[in-house]
Ligand binder design. Structure first.
Ligand SMILES: [Zn+2]
Length: 339
């Protein structure tokens, strides 16, 4: 399942590709026809991610100033004095998407449309590789036409220069601002959001005896962390996943929040989750020194490394099931809580 950094990448990608643009919205598969009709012909006026939820705001054809994250607002659409008072429909309609385990966005477009090829459920290993769409082709302005939908496309967003197709989501619906707020109200703080409150995370963890490894996966406690960030954040904090939430000192939780924010921001920037420090990586670079770019073998400390030596102490990594997913830890670096 994509973790929060992927959803934030999507929010940025949609802002850059379609921000302020009027879109043709359809449901080639037919399962979202009514929802698509509510958005068709409207302009994308905002994008937002909260944990694993993606929200895209659409406003009527007469109002299409873009009000997404500031740095993604197309300059041409800003207000003359640069203030934040661009005209935005008071009540945009929001498309809410949760990719779940199988959902995926696929992009295509002309030479001006630089997008990830696909984001979401892995389609071989290229799922998150950035590609310049049609870079290899001969660029001819105005020559692009959208490809036929491939697979069961729930929703297609079509702009002048490109298209985004959504397949296999867990959730895809049109919601009001109020309904969106209700969804967000059930989510815990997101380390990648500027309004993410670490103290809310600390409180939620410290008021329960549930194991911290379970709490990190609970989207009501912390939004956006998935199985890889869970295992790796626990390792980096030297916390055993079975440690009871209320037994974890607040200072360690605040440090873990800060660590996650940094790791996840790096994930947003690069599209990859890398949690190891260069000095802990096994393989050597071409010059024989420590490789700066980790390979699949040493980009994580414990995730999917059961039975293999810990990159720091050499002890074999353990695994167990927790919150329905496999969790991994080093029995020496992460001491088990006393029974
Ligand atoms: Zn270890």
């Amino acid at each position: 399942m994509p973790e929060g950094h992927t959803v934030h990448r999507l929010a940025h990608a949609f802002a850059e590709l379609f921000g302020g643009h009027r879109l043709a919205v359809s449901s080639p598969q037919g399962r979202f026809t009514d929802g698509a009709a509510l958005l068709d012909g409207r302009a994308l006026v905002g994008t937002e991610a909260h944990g694993k939820q993606l929200f895209l705001a659409f406003a009527g054809p007469d109002r299409h100033a873009f009000a997404g994250p500031d740095r993604h607002r197309p300059a041409a659409l800003g207000t003359a004095d640069g203030s934040d008072t661009a005209t935005v429909e008071a009540e945009p309609r929001w498309l809410r998407v949760h990719l779940g385990l199988y959902g995926s966005w696929t992009f295509d477009g002309d030479e001006s449309f630089r997008a990830p090829h696909a984001i979401g459920a892995p389609r071989r290993r290229v799922a998150e590789e950035e590609v310049a769409v049609r870079q290899a082709g001969v660029p001819v302005a105005g020559d692009w036409s959208p490809p036929a939908p491939r697979g069961a496309v729930r929703v297609r967003l079509l702009g002048e220069h490109g298209v985004a197709d959504l397949t296999g989501p867990t959730a895809c619906e049109v919601v009001t601002a109020q309904e969106k707020a209700a969804v967000q109200g059930r989510l815990g703080p997101d380390p990648l959001r500027s309004d993410g409150d670490p103290e809310a995370f600390v409180r939620a963890v410290r008021t329960t005896r549930r194991p911290v490894g379970e709490l990190l996966m609970d989207q009501a406690v912390l939004a956006g962390v998935g199985n890889i960030y869970r295992a790796e954040a626990l390792y980096r904090a030297r916390l055993h996943p079975r440690r009871a939430g209320r037994d974890v000192p607040a200072a360690r939780l605040r440090a873990m929040w800060a660590d996650l924010r940094e790791l996840m921001a790096d994930g947003v920037a690069t599209g990859r989750i890398v949690t190891t420090r260069p000095e802990h990586r096994n393989h050597l670079g071409e010059a024989g020194d420590v490789a700066l770019v980790p390979d699949d073998d040493d980009r994580w400390y414990v995730y999917h490394r059961s039975g293999r030596p810990c990159l720091v102490c050499g002890t074999k990594v353990s695994e167990a099931e927790m919150a329905g997913r496999r969790v991994f830890w080093c029995p020496r670096c992460q001491r088990a809580p006393r029974a």
